[in-house]
Ligand binder design. Structure first.
Ligand code: DOR
Ligand code: ZN
Length: 345
């Protein structure tokens, strides 16, 4: 049995850091293990302009723990009013690495997102020209579509038509949760990739609903049937270039999750690398963890992999905190439901 594993230092290609007190509490959880992260722009108000992205990046850099070397990779939140020139300038200067598409109403703080995809077609065309990736929250919001079908329907109704209409548009299907998402990403060629979260490799919808409702397993897109989780596992552990880690670690204080209308989001930043090592070991694929967590993401984003390395060691069950304290209250850390044996050195 392997007892030690060294890989290039990982990056997180989809992360919610929030702002203010939450940002300060969350940053160390990510910077301890990750060198870079794609920072989600769904603040209130959202990060829509280059000027807002500069200000948010500065707040992140100011809040960095002492000694941390961490690069926040900023994104803009796409609205129907997004200015393509502002976006292109922000991309050319290196300020932003991607633009995030939220269908209006799909998830937390998505009210300013896109309702009419035709309205943003000129922005998509400009992004294709300049090679700026579009990170897509891929769920339709049509009330008539069952929540467990929303990702598959989005691929057929929105994503595939947009990609056909905009050749060269580089797309990241964020946090895929279905076999349909896996198949579409795998077949999409070099301009298409997909992030997979830690928690969607571990839980299916039974984990949320059987034996009492588990608010800390509720996120969007919601976890699906077991066959979909297995498809995600096969994709992540395959090493295929189209699949890489985006934790979608999305902290909400416990009081906001444990209530009649609880917020969506699993908080996994703290123990993601231990969970992933356990998952890849269970599937006999420890040799593919580096591709998933450290190599495929930078390759898609046309950035170098990190020079620094990380070593994980296998041993007695790992201790990790049940929650992270913030001045707004505790944030529960994702519990995979089994002991973790891989400790980051
Ligand atoms: O579960 C989620 N939480 N999914 C999202 O898309 C947004 C995120 C959040 O910001 O809390
Ligand atoms: Zn997210």
């Amino acid at each position: 049995m392997t007892h030690s594993l060294t890989l290039r230092r990982p990056d997180d290609w989809h992360l919610h850091l929030r702002d203010g007190a939450m940002l300060r509490a969350m940053l160390p959880e990510t910077t301890r293990h990750f060198s870079r992260a794609i920072i989600m722009p769904n603040l209130v108000p959202p990060v829509v302009t280059a000027a807002q992205a500069v200000a948010y990046r500065d707040r992140i850099l100011t809040a960095l723990p002492e000694g941390a070397t961490f690069e926040p990779l900023m994104t803009l939140y796409l609205t129907e009013e997004t200015d393509a020139n502002d976006l292109a300038a922000a991309h050319a200067s290196g300020l932003i690495k991607a633009v995030k598409l939220y269908p209006a109403g799909a998830t937390t703080n998505s009210a300013s997102g896109v309702k009419d995809f035709d309205k943003v077609r000129p922005v998509f065309e400009r992004m294709a020209e300049i090679g700026c990736p579009l990170c897509v929250h891929g769920e339709v919001t049509d009330a008539n579509v069952d929540i467990f079908d929303r990702e598959a329907v989005f691929i057929d109704r929105v994503l595939d038509p947009v990609r056909r209409a905009t050749p060269g548009l580089r797309v990241v299907m964020e946090h895929i949760t279905t076999a349909q998402g896996v198949d579409y990403a795998r077949a999409g060629g070099p301009d298409l990739a997909a992030t997979i979260t830690t928690h969607h490799l571990v839980i299916n919808r039974n984990h949320i609903l059987v034996g009492g409702i588990k608010p800390h397993y509720y996120c969007l897109p919601v976890a699906k049937r077991e066959e979909h989780r297995l498809a995600l596992r096969a994709a992540a552990t395959s090493g295929h270039r189209a699949f890489f880690l985006g934790t979608d670690s999305a902290p909400h204080v416990d009081a906001a999750k444990e209530q009649a209308c609880g917020c969506a989001g699993c908080f996994t930043a703290t123990n993601t690398m231990s969970v992933l090592a356990e998952v890849f070991e269970q599937d006999g694929a420890l040799d593919q963890l580096e591709a998933f967590a450290s190599l495929n993401g930078p390759a898609f984003y046309r950035l170098p992999a990190n020079d620094a390395t990380m070593t994980l060691t296998r041993g007695a069950p790992v201790d990790y905190p049940a929650y992270i304290a913030t001045s707004d209250g505790p944030v529960t850390v994702f519990d995979p439901g089994y002991p973790l044996h891989w400790q980051v050195d």
